[in-house]
Design a protein around this ligand. Structure first.
Ligand code: NAG
Ligand code: NAG
Ligand code: NAG
Ligand code: NAG
Length: 955
């Protein structure tokens, strides 16, 4: 039979859904009450009923079940005995309830009700009786949400109040959530929950974007009888009697009333069989409804439906005609004439607003011999259901993660929506008209244990995943490498073991992922041996990584060193440097290699002879510039790779002891935003380094070189260059272990290729060190460049990554202003102070590079970068952001500038990073500035500032 097949299908679907729900909540309940809808498609829940119990309701004969399978929060209570009596209510559903005390941690607690057919219309009804269950005699008030949309406020006036909230709405998904939201006015509770499927054609006012909240549903002329509901009403609507014996007389019929207004409206015949007319036939039928505004809808839109049928067979010349007015304003177009034994309806198509009380009056028209009549009525207010829940795949992934780690927090209801109730630790992207997506997760210090859930890999839009400082064990799943947008994966401070999987290594190499895995004692970041890394002694803290400037000499020395003691060497170094070298094939990019031997062999592969350099550079024809240790020439490899050759004519003998370590390290430093070393030459007295060619030169030249087109960079190009440089630095700071400090970050060390992609160059002063608490490295002498030096480094030789952040702040200011680090006019002043003073006057125009002013740029994003630059150049290192914070924010700024995403707080760059002090972010700053004061401390790094600004504006 067709019917039973469908029922079976439904049952199977339900079973699956329930199993997955149960699995998702980590609780699998077998047997007892499954919570599946009965054959009517109804779900009837008595909240607070002991788990697995159920009963059949006397009036409707519907089975009501425990709510335990529908929620995983809250506690059960019985109302106090005095309220659980037939004199209060015969309705057993009110005798117990589930409450959600604030101690649970979540402001929102939800029931998940399965919907039989996604995309159909439902009536959802929640019931409440406080019944002093908690003995406090303090009736609460709280909000109800339907999924991610506000439904209504429940304000409980007294302990014996029987509250009913009902909404008719579309359910787009396979389930619908009913959530109780604590608004700080008492503990939310709920007594019962009912889900009733409706035919989609019913109540056309309810559509995908708007729902109808029931204000009243009345059965006129049914005095003395009880409310009509299931099974008389197949949808289990509750039609409450409304009579007014003083004013109205009741009439009724036993004849069946035809429902000719179906499928738009369906009213049970038994409801239509009774009606009222005015007792005094010259009078009107008057009734009214008060609107119930709430904090979300202070002036809700209202819909009214009057159901009318003639119940009397009228004699020959008898006429019943009437007008309906609302507050004296005519509602019916012309005099209305009811139809005998046939239901008709009067309703408004557009919602009414702006009235607090709707006074209906039904007046006999002049021609009428009979008074007006009314059989039934409904009144609804409108809510928006336009908010959509988080992407379904994201929801199931994060729900599984929640279950696996038993996350408590406020992880209830929809992960991202509404924004105000989004789950702690998640950041979402809220695009118009598409479901929110989860873009970042911060689960650090959450006490997570167990392995890394593969479900993280199902959060396809995630960019930032921080599970640092937990107790995660097992190995890192390679499947995470398939997350296309993942840029930061922080697993620092766990108990992970195994090695970094190849997929992730690849992502690190191509610069698309920043993996942080420090402080995992059993994790092997070194592919050669998978044993716990031995603890490094403190004497190992400081290690030089001097590459071109210092190391070039060391390189030579080392070569000689190994040539001399060839027997003892553990790798095959060429005996004769004039041996035919292997020119790099195109596409042979250096790889991150942790294996020492392989690293050095790779280095060996990149050896050129002097003769080859002559070929490459066409006899050193084109001089590009003067580098740190020699002249730089233009050249091409055989395969056409454009290179720059830095040549030093004399070899030096110093520093070769450090070279072994550093040469190994060198091969590890590969990132798309770091200039890569292609090879070297050690040939007799010649030493050279061969780099990839950066055809557009240095950022410094681009900003203020002698070229005619210097300074022509657009704001977007500048922002992108800044971001890429920051990414290069981030790699040095974060991806390498031990971390590196560049120590000479400046615009002349940022090189640009033909596509204007930025790469950090010149690692000659770079320094590697290992953190040990707060200790820092002191080095013998200050290196770096005047104007870029962080104060603690310049004065106390303290080296941490924060000195690079400081220098990078100066770079950012140069990018904005086009000024050099020491502004020359009217007297030498640090660009930091120069910018700080002008910005404090609220003048961004006063600092922005004049050559950029004609172009298009978002003033907000310039402000934010300026703000960030000032933070980077804070006097105290701890006040500076990390380079990762800078990267995140520059990224947000760039995204804003490019309008490529419409993230959460559109207009704010302070979204993802959480270590930036949001309170001091743009808004506060802008406000203060406009009031003529500044929240910034004036820092005095470079003597007193000019009191008068006599200089021309920034160029
Ligand atoms: C509520 O009362 C019933 C008996 O009337 C009892 O079985 C049940 O355990 C009570 N529930 C709670 C939460 O006290
Ligand atoms: C729902 O109805 C409202 C009011 O008639 C209308 O503005 C809205 O566009 C409708 N939404 C959809 C999805 O049809
Ligand atoms: C009601 O209907 C009559 C026609 O029978 C019309 O003349 C009259 O203006 C209407 N009453 C009101 C209040 O508009
Ligand atoms: C990890 O687990 C151990 C014991 O199992 C506990 O002592 C420690 O506090 C946990 N660490 C974190 C960060 O949760």
């Amino acid at each position: 039979m067709k019917r039973s097949t469908r029922a079976e299908m439904v049952a199977r679907r339900w079973l699956l859904l329930l199993l997955s729900l149960a699995a998702a909540t980590g609780v699998l309940r077998v047997g007892g009450q499954g919570g599946a809808p009965d054959k009517t498609g109804f779900v009837s829940i008595d909240c607070g009923l002991p788990e697995k119990s159920s009963y059949v309701d006397g009036a409707t004969k519907l089975e009501f079940t425990s709510d335990a399978v529908f929620t995983d929060a809250g506690t059960n209570h019985n109302v106090s005995a005095e309220y659980a009596t037939a004199s209060t209510t015969a309705d057993r559903i009110f005798y117990n309830l589930r409450s959600f005390p604030a101690g649970g941690g979540a402001a929102r607690n939800c029931y998940t009700l399965p919907s039989v057919v996604p995309g159909s219309k439902y009536l959802v009804r929640a019931k409440f009786m406080y019944g002093n269950y908690d003995g406090l005699n303090k009736p609460p008030a709280f909000d109800l949400h339907l999924g991610v949309n506000f439904w209504q406020t429940v304000t409980v006036p007294s302990a014996d109040w029987l509250g009913i909230a009902e909404v008719i709405a579309f359910v787009p998904d396979e389930s619908v959530q009913v959530c109780l939201v604590n608004t700080g006015t008492g503990t939310p509770f709920i007594s019962g929950l009912e889900l009733r499927p409706l035919t989609s054609s019913l109540y056309q006012h309810a559509n995908a974007t708007q729902g109808l909240v029931l204000l009243d549903r009345r059965n006129f002329g049914a005095g003395g009888s009880t409310a009509v509901r299931y099974p008389d009403d197949p949808y289990d609507r509750v039609w409450s009697p409304w009579s007014n014996p003083a004013e109205w007389s009741e009439i009724s019929t036993t004849d069946k009333i035809q429902n000719t207004i179906a499928p738009l409206f369906v009213v049970p015949s038994v409801v239509m069989q009774t009606a009222v007319t005015p007792r005094n036939s010259s009078k009107a039928i008057d009734f009214s409804w008060d609107v119930k505004p709430n904090h979300v809808y202070p002036d809700p839109g209202m819909f009214f439906i009057l159901y009318i049928s003639e119940l009397e067979l009228l004699a020959g010349n008898a006429v019943r005609q009437f007008n309906v007015t609302i507050d004296g304003v005519i509602w019916t177009k012309g005099p209305y004439k009811p139809i005998y034994l046939s239901t008709d309806s009067l309703y408004n198509a557009e919602a009414y607003r702006g009235i607090r009380q709707y006074n209906f009056s039904m007046n006999a028209a002049g021609s009428s011999t009979l008074p007006p009549i009314i059989n039934a009525a409904e009144a609804f207010s409108v809510i928006s259901t336009a908010n959509v829940g988080t992407d379904a795949q994201d929801v199931s992934a994060i729900t599984a993660i929640k279950a696996k780690y038993q996350v408590k927090k406020n992880w209830m209801g929809d992960p991202c929506a509404p924004k105000s109730l989004a789950w702690d630790g998640l950041t979402c992207n809220y695009a118009i008209s598409t479901p929110p997506r989860i873009t970042s997760i911060n689960m650090s210090y959450c006490g997570l244990s167990g392995d890394i859930s593969p479900d993280f890999a199902n959060l396809k839009e995630i960019k930032y995943l921080d599970s640092s400082h937990n107790n995660l064990t097992g190995s890192i799943p390679n499947v995470l490498s398939q997350l296309p947008f993942l840029t930061v994966l922080d697993l620092t401070g766990n108990q992970l073991n195994g090695s970094i999987p190849s997929g992730l290594l690849k992502r690190i190499q191509d610069g698309s992922l920043n993996l942080r895995y420090g402080n995992n004692p059993n994790l092997c970041s070194n592919s050669s041996s998978c044993q716990p890394t031995p603890k490094k002694s403190k004497s190992m803290l400081a290690v030089y990584v001097a590459v071109p400037v210092v190391v070039i000499g060391a390189l030579a020395a080392l070569l000689f060193f190994f040539m001399r003691k060839k027997k003892g060497s553990f790798f095959a170094w060429p005996t004769k440097s004039t041996e035919k070298p292997q020119i790099l094939e195109s596409g042979m990019q250096p790889h991150r290699q942790d294996d020492n031997e392989q690293s050095l062999e790779q280095l060996q592969n990149r050896q050129f002879t002097y003769k080859e350099l002559e070929v490459i550079t066409k006899n050193f024809q084109l001089l590009l510039g003067r580098g740190g240790f020699g002249l730089v020439y233009d050249g091409f490899l055989k395969d056409g790779t454009h290179v720059a050759v830095k040549l030093k004519s004399e070899s030096s003998n110093q520093g070769f002891d450090e070279f072994l370590t550093e040469a190994q390290t060198l091969t590890k430093i590969h990132h798309k935003n770091l200039v890569s070393l292609i090879g070297y030459c050690k040939d007799q007295k010649y030493l050279a380094l061969v780099y990839e060619h950066m055809s557009e030169g240095t950022l410094e030249d681009k900003l203020r070189g002698k070229d005619s087109n210097a300074g022509s960079l657009t704001w977007r190009q500048r922002l992108r260059i800044a971001l890429e440089s920051a990414q290069g630095l981030e790699y040095l700071h974060k991806a390498c272990s031990p971390p590196f400090v560049h120590r000479d970050v400046k615009t002349s060390n940022i090189l640009l290729n033909a596509k204007l992609e930025a790469k950090i160059a010149d690692f000659g002063l770079m320094k590697a060190f290992k953190y040990d608490g707060d200790t820092h490295i002191s080095t013998a002498r200050v290196v770096g460049t005047h104007g870029y030096l962080a104060p603690e480094y310049a004065t106390a030789l303290q080296v941490t990554e924060k000195i690079d952040v400081y220098s990078f702040g100066v770079v950012l200011l140069e990018v904005i202003t086009g000024q050099p680090p020491i502004v020359k006019c009217p007297e030498p002043t640090s660009i930091i102070q120069w910018a700080r003073q002008r910005l404090a006057r609220g003048s961004i125009e006063g600092v922005v590079d004049a050559r950029m002013r004609g172009g298009h740029y978002d003033i907000n994003s310039v402000w934010k970068v300026a703000d960030m630059a000032l933070k980077c150049t804070a006097q105290a290192p701890v006040k500076r952001p990390t380079i990762s914070d800078v990267v995140v924010q520059l990224k947000e700024c760039l995204e804003l500038e490019e309008g490529s995403t419409s993230d959460d707080t559109s207009g704010s760059c302070y979204m993802v990073g959480n270590s930036i002090d949001r309170n001091s972010s743009y808004n506060t700053y802008a406000t203060d500035v406009s009031q003529g004061s500044t929240t910034f401390e004036m820092e005095d790094n470079f003597g007193t500032a000019p009191t008068k600004d006599t200089c021309p504006d920034a160029r």
